[in-house]
Design a protein around this ligand. Sequence first.
Ligand SMILES: Nc1nc2c(ncn2[C@@H]2O[C@H](COP(=O)(O)OP(=O)(O)O)[C@@H](O)[C@H]2O)c(=O)[nH]1
Ligand SMILES: [Mg+2]
Length: 199
Amino acid sequence: MQISSAVFLKSALKPVQYPEADRPEIAFAGRSNVGKSSMINCLLNRRGLVRTSSTPGRTQMLNFFDINERFRFVDLPGYGFARVPMAVKKSWGPMIRAYLESRSTLRGVVFILDIRRIPSEEDLRLLDWLEEYGCPTIMAVTKADKLARSRRDRQIETIASTCGLPVDAFTLFSATTRQGKDEIWERIETALELPTPSA
Ligand SMILES: Nc1nc2c(ncn2[C@@H]2O[C@H](COP(=O)(O)OP(=O)(O)O)[C@@H](O)[C@H]2O)c(=O)[nH]1
Ligand SMILES: [Mg+2]
């Protein structure tokens, strides 16, 4: 994918604040600190477009980006970080569900897991919601550079079986080495061509 423009549009907490639903959209989901923002920056070849943070739990809003004046990326708020206020933790579920339920232009969700972690209950709950709402889902396992090749395969097998999915559903990715970037783009391009799922 040739990126001619990538522009931050706005942050939103609830549907009335979302930008107009006039372009197909791909959302990025996963726990805090998993590497969502890093993946978006890597896909767009923009180092600092999306703020990455070593202080997880800060980006508690949906952040919308306009790409090539043709489609949008949405950096969804992360979950699973211990040191955020209870009110923020409680609002996460309704915020995500409201988005998945109402966004008519949503074409796919890139679901990101950390290669070093067994998927958590929260990860699995989100996976259930994606299934419930019938969202086409692109499974990605990131931070591949953090493990030796021999351990990667075993970890992916464990992650896949925990999710109840086949190993080949997962794209191995690293924002550091850019491994898997082309494959994620191919899957995103395929998702962008899908018709709007009926509500
Ligand atoms: N080694 C390595 N570090 C990564 C990778 N992706 C993200 N990180 C680091 O993980 C931390 C959290 O990344 P960020 O993109 O902010 O996660 P987010 O909270 O999901 O948006 C940052 O310190 C990143 O530099 C990766 O593929 N490899
Ligand atoms: Mg982030």
